[in-house]
Write a protein that binds this ligand. Structure first.
Ligand code: DSN
Length: 423
């Protein structure tokens, strides 16, 4: 590389990733093939439109690559349609809402402090200025059970156009069929934001909302799905010509979504990222990926047990998926920011996180959030989870003691040598 400054930073980041353990549940390590597609000459091409229906010439290769990504995504998730163009998760959310809900319409989503996400209508977002968001939450934070009765009451009262399932900090499974039955009563479109668990659904470990009456799945492609950073919208219905406005019916959602992504919302698709999505979806179709998805959950359950044994209070007392939310304020009398910073010093990366109805402020919340997708890619198994829990506890106990933290960091580095990044 001619730009030595950037080259140096890339090398430093490679070293950081290699020498530490990534515990942020929304991160992962992609394969060299995914990286190669991202860094390919497809980045040079403008391809507004859709395969076979573009606004520029020279599309003989982009059309094939996008069609492959679409076909593989449909097969992975059992959808009738896939739009693989959203640049990221937030644009996928906005485009999905806008395809069905008019400005001012109501959307029912999960309470943000109970595990929902900023893009589900946090007051600081543009989405909250366009649509009116109402909420459901957990009935019992000890078990994580959703309050489906409250969800139904709010739905009957507020008549939302969309009911949104999904989360970024919720460790349990949802009852999609129960939610879809409520949606049917109020004629709402059912959308599942599966960004965190898409890889677990593709790998057959968690339920697929399409099997339980949902109309749309929106997701990112870079978390458990282990693809490039990006978004995607999958839907059930009739696939029409995106160049012609269809009647606004649930059946026509695939075409309504296509037209909202382009020309409604985004410009040129990122064809290098779409090529990389196609590669990742191809990888996710392999039997090894099913094993990978299973191992993520096995590791998370084991890590949850090991943490609880060491006195960590976990929200919902465990996990059914890839992520764990721990209340370190109750467990150790410190906030999540202190734990995040302390663990950074020993090479374990995770993030501070609010817990349900958190008494502490967002920048110093009571919790930490961690997960197993990235470490499972490196080959860690259940037998390694006790060690990680040990390091976490020891670091928390030794916070402020840089000498001890340095010793722990050396142990983490040495351990990591046995688990290389994907080649
Ligand atoms: N930033 C992602 C996460 O960590 O959950 C979602 O926005």
């Amino acid at each position: 590389m001619k730009d030595k400054l950037i080259e140096g930073l890339i090398k430093a980041e490679e070293k950081r990733q290699r020498e530490g353990l990534e515990l942020i549940p929304s991160e992962n390590y992609v394969s060299q093939d995914v990286l190669a597609a991202m860094g390919s000459v497809f980045t040079n091409k403008y391809s507004e439109g859709f395969p076979g229906k573009r606004y520029y010439g020279g599309q003989e290769n982009t059309d094939q690559v996008e069609q492959l990504a679409i076909d593989r995504a449909k097969k992975l998730f059992g959808s009738d349609h896939a739009n693989v163009q959203p640049h990221a998760g937030a644009p996928a959310n906005i485009a999905s809402y806008a395809a069905w809900a008019d400005p001012g319409d109501t959307i029912l989503g999960m309470d943000l402090s109970h595990g929902g996400h900023l893009t589900h209508g946090h007051p600081v977002t543009l989405a909250a200025k366009i649509w009116r968001f109402v909420r459901y939450g957990m009935k019992d934070v000890e078990t994580g059970e959703i309050d489906y009765e409250q969800l139904r009451e709010v739905a009957l009262k507020e008549k939302p156009k969309i009911i949104l399932a999904g989360f970024s900090a919720y460790p349990r499974e949802l009852d999609y069929a129960k939610m879809a039955a409520i949606g049917k009563e109020v004629n709402a479109v059912m959308m599942a934001d599966m960004a965190h668990i898409a890889g677990l659904i593709a790998g057959g470990v968690l339920a697929n909302p399409f099997d339980h009456g949902f109309h749309v799945i929106l997701t990112t492609t870079h978390k458990t799905l282990r693809g490039p950073r990006g978004g995607m919208i999958l839907s059930k219905g009739k696939v029409g010509n995106p160049l012609k406005a269809p009647e606004k019916t649930i059946e026509n959602l695939p075409t309504l979504i296509d037209r909202t992504v382009f020309p409604g919302f985004q410009g040129g698709p990122l064809m290098n990222m779409i090529a990389a999505k196609a590669v990742a979806f191809g990888e996710a179709q392999q039997p090894e990926f099913r094993e990978y998805a299973k191992q993520i959950v096995k590791n998370a359950k084991k890590l949850a047990d090991e943490l609880m044994k060491r006195g960590f209070k976990l929200i919902t007392n465990g996990t059914d998926n890839h992520l764990i939310l721990a209340d370190v304020h109750t467990s150790f009398g410190i906030d999540g920011k202190i734990v995040e910073e302390t663990l950074d010093k020993i090479g374990l990366t995770l993030n501070k996180n609010a817990i349900p109805d958190d008494p502490l402020p967002p920048f110093r919340p009571s919790g930490i959030r961690l997960g197993t997708p990235a470490m499972t890619t490196r080959g860690l198994k259940e037998e390694h989870m006790g060690l990680i829990a040990d390091w976490m506890l020891q670091a928390i106990q030794a916070r402020g003691d840089d000498k001890k933290l340095n010793t722990l960091n050396n142990e983490v580095k040495e351990f990591c040598q046995a688990f290389p990044l994907p080649t």
